[in-house]
Design a protein around this ligand. Structure first.
Ligand SMILES: NC(=O)c1ccc[n+]([C@@H]2O[C@H](COP(=O)([O-])OP(=O)(O)OC[C@H]3O[C@@H](n4cnc5c(N)ncnc54)[C@H](O)[C@@H]3O)[C@@H](O)[C@H]2O)c1
Length: 351
């Protein structure tokens, strides 16, 4: 395949991640959205129809139910796969793993999301760390939101020659905003039972050289995750050196508390408001938003905190994974430049 050829992308599962992936694919100059597939027959697939996306049902029963609900359905998942070069599976945890056999049988390239285990594809993807390993592969897994943020930030420190080991505490959002009526927690905090929590080992599935341990607690809010990190560096370094290391990645946005993001309960929602003001789809914060004025260095010890928009951070990585697997870009930098331009990443105010 050449860079002049448009890649046809199918999205299976039009939920929180799938609808964002579909929008992002539609914004790329070198990809076309072949269609989206789901099992729901309510307002959600109607939104795909309203955007002009070709709509498919997982099986014949879903197609019938969707048509009965008045939806214009082009066919089944099987039909969609005949019209695509690659499928991004954004169905819920474990459903995607069950779809893999059908993708393999058909010989179509596929991407699964972070709810699936590394073993489902044998490769885990974060653009700045494992793009090269995904080139020409028939499958990969874009890791979870938290893991993506960990690999992005630690890779930046590693590239600057500063990283020895990292220990992080994750405050995890309780549920996705649109599902707040279905679950989530109130007036409590729920510590994860095990240390390390799964995100540290998951980061090592992308880069086995990372010395990283994570601990996690679920908190009663929905907008984003908040991470606090303590890092041992290879040497005493200045704040400016560390900020330059983080700033070298377009996928890390250096935000400031003294830029109005300074009230504890307002931090994450204020950053999302910035995304809305930028006109981003779904108010997506694709970057790791790291507070530069909170970042602190004591000799060779580094401390910092950042916010992760769990619904958005994996979207640019998914686009880069498509390019790696289909040969649309030779390396991570080339793909990321295209993705960043299309999604307008890198426009956050920095000082
Ligand atoms: N929500 C997040 O913050 C987040 C962040 C990163 C990664 N992920 C991962 O992304 C994946 C998808 O998660 P999500 O939050 O978007 O889930 P979701 O529940 O919001 O969306 C899943 C969609 O798939 C549809 N679906 C269910 N069964 C299907 C089937 N058999 N065929 C086709 N469609 C089917 C559902 O109707 C729904 O629209 C999971 O692996 C998850 O772990 C989620």
């Amino acid at each position: 395949m050449t860079t002049t050829q448009e890649i046809r992308v199918a999205v299976n599962g039009y939920g929180v991640i799938g609808k964002r992936v579909a929008d992002a694919v539609a914004m790329q100059p070198d990809m076309v959205l072949a269609g989206v597939c789901d099992v729901a027959a309510d307002w959600r697939p109607r939104m795909a129809e309203a955007k002009g996306y070709a709509l498919y049902g997982a099986g014949p029963g879903h197609v019938s139910a969707m048509r009965a609900a008045g939806l214009d359905v082009a066919g089944t998942l099987e039909d969609l796969l005949t019209r695509a070069d690659i499928v991004v599976d954004c169905t819920p945890k474990k459903v995607a793993a069950a779809n893999v056999e059908a993708y393999r049988r058909r010989g179509i390239r596929f991407i699964v999301q972070g709810g699936e285990k590394h073993a489902v594809t044998g490769h885990s993807f974060v653009a700045e760390a494992s793009f090269a390993g995904a080139i020409g592969r028939d499958s990969t897994r874009v890791v979870s939101c938290n893991t993506t943020s960990i690999v992005r930030t630690l890779t930046a420190l590693k590239r600057a020659g500063l990283l020895v080991r990292a220990r992080g505490t994750l405050l995890r959002r309780a549920t996705d905003p649109w599902e707040s009526h279905l679950g989530g927690i109130m007036n409590t905090l729920v510590p994860e039972r095990e240390i390390p929590s799964h995100q540290g080992p998951d980061a090592q599935s992308v880069d086995p050289s990372l010395d990283v341990v994570t601990m996690a607690v679920k908190v009663p809010q929905t907008l984003a995750h908040l991470h606090y990190w303590s890092v041992e560096m290879t040497r005493a370094a200045t704040r400016d050196e560390v900020l330059a290391a983080f700033g070298a990645s377009s996928r890390i946005a250096l935000i400031r508390m003294d830029d109005g993001l300074d009230a504890l309960n307002a931090q994450t929602n204020a950053v999302k408001e910035m995304m809305a003001d930028l006109g981003r789809p779904h108010d997506n914060l694709y970057e790791v938003a790291l507070w530069q004025d909170m970042l602190s260095v004591q000799g060779n010890e580094l401390f910092y905190a950042y916010m992760v928009d769990n619904q958005a951070i994996v979207i640019p990585e998914t686009i880069d994974a498509i390019r790696a697997m289909t040969g649309l870009a030779a390396d991570a930098a080339a793909s990321m430049a295209l993705t960043d331009t299309a999604l307008r990443i890198g426009h956050l105010a920095r000082r």
